[in-house]
Design a protein around this ligand. Structure first.
Ligand SMILES: *Cc1c(COP(=O)(O)O)cnc(C)c1O
Length: 421
């Protein structure tokens, strides 16, 4: 009996989030004993250079000493009070300082909750019910967003989930990422009915697909014209592309932003924020209801503050990008040596190797990637001590803890793996 078999008896599929189960690559997941720096160590004592990085939060790597110290100091004073603490104000100040479009921010516990609440707020603000999302963009698992969702669901080949009422899904309209005409068509079809457009500014749950041709600016223009709000789901891109997220990186300002992952430094935190005029509608200052027993949890705030403070170190993102660029160049070189023409998309410290020779700039081109070859690639890398996401349509995350030696080891493993595919 494996640890996975034990888990499967008491946890659906043996995991607490579907993609961890290795369903799309086959085999059994490694169980992690501990992580440090760029590495995770499994229960058999095998070490891996980790590019999952908890699916994005660990931009500083595992077990960053400043983050761990902050959490320990905080835990010594208790783990939750259900009353305000100054840490909540401090993290909110850090976020509002770094991301100018966020004048006020509310903490929640998961990205799902942040996006769900942001959409409720957009509906409350505009008095409209319908929303537009993009095929292949993932925004958590709330009902209205499990409509042709990407990532885990995409991998499992289900267009939506049983249990989501048709009446709820009916308020979600689906457009195509990087194609503004599909958005404008929906606005034309449903005049005055659309509360918001929600987008991952860099789509990072269908692999990694950056915006092209001023797509984000065009979205902003269309939303303004139609009186709809623009929501950026920056749960991956926030504090990943730059200190001011994708919005700072591309110079496009959304009305509401959802944050998560990095802002918790590996603890469960997410947030949504935006213009004061909009955020004032959130209860108790306004009437759009939203609450949380553990929201603003002291341990999570401590981890978030310690993480964001470190990101302010001058040159942090430049160094991170250099690491990622080094890795990308190495992989590109490997592929030209081997005469392979797979598509490697990359932006800052996010990348994805698509097993297709097409340019990947849309959901349709992304899903043309060969997931069977990815599965072989994944296992080849894992055998060589490199932990990648166990699914094709996920990002590879480089952290500040990845060393030059790690990157060289990875490039070598990449060459050997591709050669033997
Ligand atoms: C991870 C993710 C979410 C969901 O966050 P959870 O904390 O898993 O609920 C939402 N949007 C994007 C873009 C994500 O990557």
């Amino acid at each position: 009996m494996s640890l996975f078999d034990d888990a499967k008896k008491v946890i659906p599929g043996g995991v607490n989030s579907p993609v961890r189960a290795f369903a799309s690559v086959g085999g059994e997941p490694y169980f992690v004993e501990r992580g440090y720096g760029s590495k995770v160590v499994d229960t058999n004592g095998k070490e891996y250079i980790d590019y999952v990085c908890s699916w994005g939060p660990l931009i500083l790597g595992h077990c960053d000493q400043d983050v761990i110290r902050a959490v320990k100091e905080c835990a010594d004073k208790g783990t939750s009070y259900g009353a305000p603490t100054v840490r909540e104000t401090k993290l909110a100040e850090l976020i509002t300082e770094m991301i100018p479009s966020i004048e006020m921010v509310r903490m929640v516990n998961s990205g799902t909750e942040a996006v769900m609440s942001a959409i409720r707020l957009a509906r409350g603000f505009t008095n409209r019910d319908m929303i537009i999302k993009f095929e292949g963009c993932y925004h958590g698992h709330s009902d209205g967003l499990l409509v042709k969702a990407g990532s885990g669901l995409l991998t499992f080949g289900a267009p939506s989930s049983p249990g989501v009422p048709v009446s709820i899904a009916g308020n979600t309209l689906i457009a195509q990422y990087n194609d503004i005409s599909t958005v404008d068509k929906l606005f034309l079809e449903y005049p005055g009915k659309i509360a918001c457009v929600i987008v991952e500014p860099v789509a990072a749950n269908m692999g990694v697909v950056p915006p092209e041709d001023n797509f984000l600016q065009k979205l902003k223009t269309s939303c303004e014209r139609e009186g709809a709000l623009l929501i950026f789901d920056e749960i991956i891109t926030g504090f990943r592309l730059s200190l001011s997220g994708a919005q700072g990186y591309y110079g496009v300002t959304p009305d509401i932003t959802a944050l998560g992952k990095i802002i918790g430094g590996g603890l469960p935190v997410a947030a949504y924020g935006g213009r004061r005029e909009i955020m004032k509608l959130v209860s108790p200052s306004g009437s759009v209801y939203q609450a949380g027993t553990l929201s603003g949890n002291p341990l999570a705030m401590a981890a978030g503050i310690a993480t964001l403070e470190k990101l302010k170190t001058p040159g942090f993102y430049k160094k991170l990008k250099e690491k990622s660029d080094y890795l990308r160049c190495g992989m590109d070189e490997n592929m030209s040596k081997l005469g392979l023409k797979y598509t490697l998309n990359s932006i800052e410290s996010l990348s994805c190797l698509f097993f297709t020779e097409h340019k990947v700039d849309s959901y349709q081109t992304a899903i043309s990637a060969d997931t069977k070859i990815y599965a072989k690639y994944f296992h080849g890398m894992l055998e060589r001590g490199i932990a990648l996401a166990p699914a094709q349509f996920e990002a590879m995350f480089v952290s500040a803890a990845h060393t030059d030696a790690d990157l060289d080891t990875t490039i070598k493993a990449h060459y050997e793996t591709l050669k033997n595919l």
